[in-house]
Design a protein around this ligand. Structure first.
Ligand SMILES: [Zn+2]
Length: 297
């Protein structure tokens, strides 16, 4: 019996020992596998991190290129200097003339005006309508690429719409800005310069317009009217009379912002433009655009 007991006991011990050893071995193998997996994950993670770093580097390089491109584009801003210049736009020691064209672009008049300006080496300012920019984006782009300043004249030029509330002036300004940016393919571009359709002063919407000037100011947008005009919008003058209107309204002024139009029915404005330029030169005016007024970032 004793012998049997002695034989049985070791068998029982061996069985539990084997179970124990198996468990220990299992735990060790499990640990090794986990450790290996963790190491693999870490390696993959490091690779991903490296890729991200590489992506960052690529992004930085792209940004640098974008910055270089952007630095070639003049992005107007309104700072104290620009505000001061706009507030004193009709005052100047030297004789200067700003040629401004509203209500374009149009396919039959704007390109002819651009040709005259190019031949004379003059930079002008075009207050464009958003809906016409959307219709003739290539002409808007040509205006920009030839170095003229593009200002904002709202989207529709329908008084009851743009002057419905002071806020709707800003809404149309934004719509027009979007059209300009899209047309000239410069997502960063902003004009920061508005001309009220029909002018700021007077009319049935005078109070709305006055309130809108505050909203524009809060949004760092300047606005400008004119102090000289050909009256080409009246549609009743010959080109000789248009020039005479310009002479009459320029008389005695050192700094003139001349209102003209490049809408499709303003062919006479093109036809009188060279004579107007000749006259202004003879009178000693130099030509400026709003690139000479705004500040830039
Ligand atoms: Zn207009």
């Amino acid at each position: 019996m004793e012998i049997e007991i002695i034989k049985t006991k070791p068998k029982k011990v061996n069985f539990f020992t084997i179970i124990f050893v198996c468990l220990v071995l299992g735990a060790i193998i499990y640990g090794v596998i986990r450790s290996f997996q963790a190491e693999s994950k870490e390696t993959i993670s490091k690779e991903i991190t490296n890729n991200e770093v590489n992506d960052d580097v690529t992004e930085v390089n792209t940004n640098t290129i974008e910055e270089q491109k952007t630095s070639l584009i003049k992005i107007p801003i309104i700072d104290e200097v620009a505000s001061e210049k706009i507030n004193n736009i009709y005052k100047s020691e030297i004789k200067r003339a700003f040629l401004t064209f509203d209500d374009g672009p149009s396919p039959n008049v704007t390109p002819l005006i651009l040709d005259v300006l190019k031949e004379n080496g003059i930079k002008a300012t075009f207050f464009m309508l958003g809906n016409r920019v959307d219709t003739y984006p290539k002409i808007a782009k040509r205006v920009y690429e030839e170095g003229h300043y593009i200002g904002n004249h709202g989207y529709y030029h329908i008084y009851s719409k743009i002057y419905e509330t002071p806020q709707s002036v800003l809404t149309e300004y934004e719509q027009c800005e979007y059209a300009i940016r899209t047309a000239i393919e410069q997502p960063e571009y902003t004009s920061r310069l508005f001309r009220f359709p029909g002018g700021l002063a007077g009319g049935p919407y005078a109070e709305i317009k006055k309130q809108a000037t505050e909203i524009l100011k809060q949004n760092n947008i300047a606005h400008v009217d004119w102090n000289c005009l050909t009256q080409d919008s009246a549609g009743k003058y010959t080109k000789e009379q248009l020039l005479q209107n310009l002479k009459d309204t320029a008389y005695g002024k050192n700094s003139i912002v001349i209102l003209m139009h490049d809408a499709g029915d303003k062919i006479l404005t093109y036809e009188m433009l060279q004579d107007a330029i000749n006259y202004l030169r003879e009178e000693g005016y130099i030509f400026c655009s709003f690139y000479d007024i705004m500040s830039f970032k």
